[in-house]
Ligand binder design. Structure first.
Ligand SMILES: [Zn+2]
Length: 94
């Protein structure tokens, strides 16, 4: 689990730089990972390595809190932009 602790730490540093509230704890992030069951929250692909993704991006004052965090594959995380998140919240295509 050291890898996840490191991931949480670097995400926390980004959040600190963005000046947003930070409440996410390691146990919460691990629970999000368990709930994801290895699937990306955006594309639903089963991937070996899920990354921490802020639903409302830090750049838009999204809090670093469990309610604003999903587990996403690296591809989706890199494409983090408003459109992708709106698509995500708008529901899945049939
Ligand atoms: Zn994905």
């Amino acid at each position: 689990m050291h890898r996840e602790a490191r991931r949480l730490k670097s995400a926390g540093r980004r959040a600190a730089r963005a000046g947003v509230p930070r409440t996410l704890r390691l146990a919460e992030w691990l629970a999000i990972l368990v709930a994801a069951g290895g699937r990306c929250a955006h594309c639903r692909q089963q991937v070996a390595d899920l990354t921490l993704d802020h639903v409302l991006p830090l750049s838009q004052d999204g809090p670093h809190a469990a309610s604003n965090i999903v587990a996403a594959c690296e591809g989706c995380n890199r494409r983090r932009n408003r459109a992708a998140h709106q698509w995500f919240w708008g529901g899945w295509p049939a």
